[in-house]
Ligand binder design. Structure first.
Ligand code: AHR
Length: 699
C-alpha cells in the first residue's frame, strides 16, 4: 500500500515537473546571417482618408469642387441676419458645361467652381463655409496659410440663338468689390478663432489671394470649426482652389501633418512603398495613379478618381511622396502601373503595353534621372534638382487578381525595358511564387507577398520562412501584411499576432529583405454632419481625427521592432518551448466553415522569439501570447553582457484591450532597467506581452 502511494506520488511529481519544465533559450552569438538593412519600412496609399483628411495637411475638403458633380460636398452657404444668398456648382461636369455656366474655368485642371450669389446683405454677411475633413482643427497661437481664387462675374459673350442657353438669371446688384472677410470660426459661427481680409476688385478675371490668419493664445483646441469666406455686399462671387494649411512638418509648403510625420519617424522606417496598393491601379484603366498630373503647382492638378470610393486631390503627388521619404530618411520603393485595373481590365503584353512601359520609364526618370534628362529637368524645375535613390521597382499590385493570366508577359516586358535603361534596379513581381500565375518566363529577383490574417493564423505561420529554399527562392518583400483584429485600429491580440509574425521575418531577413505593414493610416471619424464614415478598411495602424492621433498596439510593436534591431541574426535553440491550444475566440462566431477554410491547429507555440546583435548590443525579442506568465532561462554562447540592460514591455490584461482616439495610451510600451543579466539569467515574461531586452556587450 505504502509502496503504491509512493509510486503514485512519484508519478505525480514527475508529471508536475514535466509541466513545469524550464524553458531555455540558448543564444549563439558566434553565428548568424546578416539582417537586411531595409527590413522594416512603410506602405501607403489613399485609403481611409490617408492623405486627404489625413497626412496631407490641407484642411479644406473639396477645394476644387470636383468631389461630387451633384452637390458642393463639404460646402454650405452662410447667411447671417437677414442676408440672403445661395451657392451653386458651376461646370460640375466638365464634359458638358451648360452655355450659361461657360467661361468660368481657370484652366484644364480647374474646370469646376463655386458661385455665391448674395441677393440681400444690408450690412450682414453672407458667404461660403467649408467644414473640412470631419471638422477643421483649431489650436492656440497657430498661423494658417489661406489662399483662394475669386472673381466677381463671368465674361459676357453673345448668347445668340443657342438652344441650350438658359434665360438670363434674375439680376443681382453687382456691388461686389470691396472687403472680403476670411475667418476660422466655430461651426455655429458664434466664436471667431482667427480672421483676415482681402480687398476684392470688380473683375471677371480670376485672381489668387493669399494671406495668413493666426489664432489667439487662449483658445481651447477644437475640431468643431469651419472656414468661412464672406462679404457684406450683394453680388455674384466665384471661387476656386480654396486652400487652408496649418503649420506643416519641416515647414514644407503643401506639406504634411506634424503629429503623423513624427509618429512615423519614431518607427525608424527605412523605405516607403507607394502609391499603392489598389490606389496605384484604380477601378478602370484610366484611373491609375496619374503621376504626371500630380506634379507642379496645385493649379495644374485636377485630382482623379480614387480606388476607395472617394476622389483624390493629388495634393500628395509624386514629388510629395519623394519628399516625405527624404524627410524621414527613407528610400522610395516606387510601384509603377503595369496595365491591370481593379475591375479586371488589362492591357495585353506587346505593342499595346508599350506606352505604359514608357510611362513607367518616365516616372523612374523623374525620380532618379539627372537634370540633363527630360524628366530629371522637370524635377529640378519643381524644386528638387538632386535625384532620389531607388533600388527596387514594383511592377503593378496584386496581379494574381488578373484572371486573364497576362502578368507573366507584362512583367517580362516591363522588366526588360527597365533593366535596359537602369540595370541597377530590381523589379518586384506581385505574384507569390506559390501561386499558379507566378512569373515563369523570367526569374523575378524579388517577389511581393501579402498576408492579411487573424492572430492565430499569423502565429501558426510565424515560422513560414524558416523552410523557404534559399537556393531557389527569389528575395521576399512582404509588401502588405497585418493581423486583422480590431477596428478601426487593431487590438492587443492583433499586436501579439503581428509580433509573432515579425519574429519570423526578422529571423529570416537574409531572405525577407523588406516588409511593411498595411494599411498605415485611418481617419477614425464615423458618419455625421453630412459626411460619410471616413474609413473603408478595418484594422489599421495609426488612427486620427482632424485634431488628434494615436497609435494602435500594433503601431507600438512596429516601433519596438524597428528601434531595437541589430545587424546580424543570433541563432536560438529552444528547450521546452511551451505550446498552447487555440483560444475559444479563434473559432467563435464561425458556425459553418467553408469546405477549404483553414482551421486552427490543435496546438501552436505559446512563445515566439528572435534575437539580433550589432557591435555593441544584443536585442532579444520575446512574445508571450499566452494567458500565463512564463519564466525562461536565457543563456549566451560566445559573449558576455553587462549586468544591467534595458527592458521594453508592451502588454495588456486581455487580448481585446486596445487604444482609441479617446483612450490613446492604454497599451503603450514601458521601458525600464533590467538587472541580473549575464551569460545565463532568468526572466519572467508577462501574459499577453511583447518584450525587448537590450543587453550591452562586455568587451
Ligand atoms: O491594404 C489594403 C488593400 O489590400 C490594398 O490596397 C491592396 O493591395 C490589398 O488588397
Amino acid at each position: 500500500m505504502t509502496k503504491k502511494l509512493l509510486f503514485l506520488s512519484a508519478l505525480c511529481l514527475s508529471a508536475f515537473s514535466g509541466l513545469q519544465a524550464q524553458t531555455r533559450l540558448n543564444l549563439d552569438l558566434t553565428k548568424g546571417v546578416n539582417v537586411s538593412p531595409k527590413l522594416y519600412g512603410l506602405m501607403t496609399e489613399e485609403i481611409n482618408h490617408s492623405y486627404d483628411g489625413g497626412l496631407y495637411a490641407e484642411l479644406i475638403r473639396n477645394r476644387v469642387f470636383k468631389d461630387n458633380p451633384n452637390q458642393p460636398e463639404g460646402w454650405s452657404v452662410v447667411q447671417d441676419g437677414d442676408s440672403k444668398a445661395s451657392i451653386q456648382l458651376i461646370g460640375a461636369d466638365p464634359a458638358n458645361v451648360p452655355f450659361d455656366q461657360g467661361r468660368n474655368a481657370i484652366n484644364a485642371a480647374l474646370t469646376t467652381c463655386l458661385k455665391l450669389t448674395v441677393s440681400q446683405a444690408s450690412g450682414n454677411r453672407a458667404g461660403i463655409a467649408n467644414s473640412g475633413f470631419w471638422g477643421i482643427p483649431v489650436t492656440p497661437s497657430t498661423t494658417y496659410r489661406c489662399s483662394f481664387y475669386i472673381k466677381t462675374g463671368t465674361v459676357n459673350f453673345p448668347r445668340g440663338n443657342r438652344p441650350d442657353a438658359a434665360p438670363p438669371a434674375t439680376a443681382v446688384t453687382e456691388d461686389g468689390p470691396g472687403i472680403i472677410n476670411i475667418s476660422l470660426e466655430s461651426t455655429d459661427g458664434k466664436t471667431t478663432y482667427a480672421r483676415g481680409t482681402i480687398n476684392l476688385e470688380k473683375s471677371t478675371y480670376w485672381k489668387k489671394h493669399e494671406l495668413t490668419i493666426t489664432t489667439a493664445a487662449n483658445i481651447k483646441p477644437t475640431a468643431d470649426a469651419r472656414f468661412v469666406i464672406s462679404s457684406t455686399r450683394t453680388g455674384t462671387y466665384y471661387f476656386n482652389l480654396v486652400s487652408l494649411f496649418p503649420p506643416t512638418y519641416k515647414n514644407r509648403p503643401n506639406g504634411n501633418r506634424i503629429d503623423l510625420m513624427q509618429m512615423m519617424a519614431d518607427m525608424k522606417p527605412t523605405f516607403l512603398r507607394f502609391p499603392g496598393g489598389n490606389f496605384l491601379e484604380g477601378p478602370y484603366l484610366g484611373d491609375a495613379f496619374p503621376w504626371k498630373t500630380t506634379l507642379g503647382p496645385l493649379e495644374q492638378r485636377p485630382g482623379h478618381t480614387g480606388s476607395w470610393g472617394y476622389r483624390a486631390s493629388d495634393g500628395m503627388g509624386l514629388l510629395e511622396f519623394l519628399e516625405w521619404c527624404e524627410d524621414l530618411k527613407m528610400e522610395p520603393l516606387l510601384a509603377v502601373f503595369a496595365g491591370y485595373s481593379l475591375r479586371g481590365d488589362h492591357i495585353d503584353a506587346g505593342p499595346l503595353l508599350e506606352p505604359y512601359v514608357k510611362d513607367a520609364l518616365d516616372e523612374i526618370e523623374y525620380c532618379i534621372g539627372d537634370t540633363k534628362t527630360y524628366w530629371g529637368a522637370k524635377r529640378a524645375a519643381d524644386g528638387h534638382p538632386a535625384p532620389f535613390k531607388l533600388t527596387d521597382i514594383e511592377i503593378g499590385n496584386e496581379d494574381w487578381f488578373d484572371r486573364s493570366h497576362s502578368y507573366d508577359g507584362r512583367f517580362k516586358q516591363f522588366q526588360a525595358a527597365i533593366k535596359a535603361k537602369y540595370p541597377q534596379l530590381r523589379c518586384i513581381s506581385t505574384i507569390e511564387s506559390y501561386k499558379p500565375d507566378k512569373v515563369t518566363s523570367v526569374k523575378p529577383e524579388m517577389v511581393d507577398e501579402h498576408y492579411y490574417q487573424s492572430a492565430w493564423q499569423m502565429e501558426e505561420d510565424a515560422a513560414k520562412y524558416d523552410s523557404y529554399d534559399r537556393a531557389t527562392s527569389p528575395k521576399i518583400f512582404v509588401g502588405e501584411w497585418a493581423t486583422r483584429e480590431g477596428a478601426p485600429t487593431t487590438n492587443l491580440n492583433a499586436a501579439l499576432g503581428d509580433a509573432a509574425w515579425m519574429t519570423g521575418m526578422e529571423r529570416n531577413s537574409d531572405l525577407v529583405e523588406r516588409s511593411c505593414y498595411a494599411p498605415l493610416f485611418v481617419n477614425v471619424n464615423q458618419a455625421g454632419n453630412g459626411q460619410s464614415k471616413a474609413w473603408q478598411w478595418d484594422s489599421d495602424l495609426i488612427g486620427y481625427t482632424a485634431l488628434k492621433s494615436y497609435g494602435s498596439p500594433s503601431y507600438y510593436v512596429q516601433k519596438m521592432f524597428g528601434s531595437y534591431l541589430g545587424t546580424k541574426v543570433v541563432p536560438i535553440t529552444a528547450e521546452n518551448a511551451p505550446l498552447r491550444k487555440p483560444a475559444v475566440k479563434d473559432t467563435a462566431g464561425i458556425s459553418h466553415w467553408p469546405a477549404n477554410a483553414r482551421r486552427p491547429k490543435a496546438e501552436r507555440p505559446a512563445l515566439f522569439f528572435v534575437c539580433t546583435q550589432d557591435a555593441k548590443n544584443v536585442y532579444l525579442k520575446v512574445v508571450n501570447t499566452d494567458d500565463m506568465a512564463r519564466e525562461i532561462t536565457i543563456s549566451l554562447k560566445g559573449g558576455d553582457v553587462a549586468a544591467n540592460g534595458t527592458l521594453v514591455v508592451l502588454k495588456g490584461d486581455k487580448p481585446e484591450d486596445t487604444n482609441t482616439i479617446d483612450e490613446p495610451t492604454k497599451i503603450v510600451p514601458v521601458t525600464s532597467t533590467i538587472t541580473g543579466l549575464g551569460r545565463s539569467f532568468k526572466h519572467t515574461f508577462q501574459p499577453y506581452s511583447i518584450n525587448v531586452i537590450k543587453l550591452s556587450k562586455r568587451k
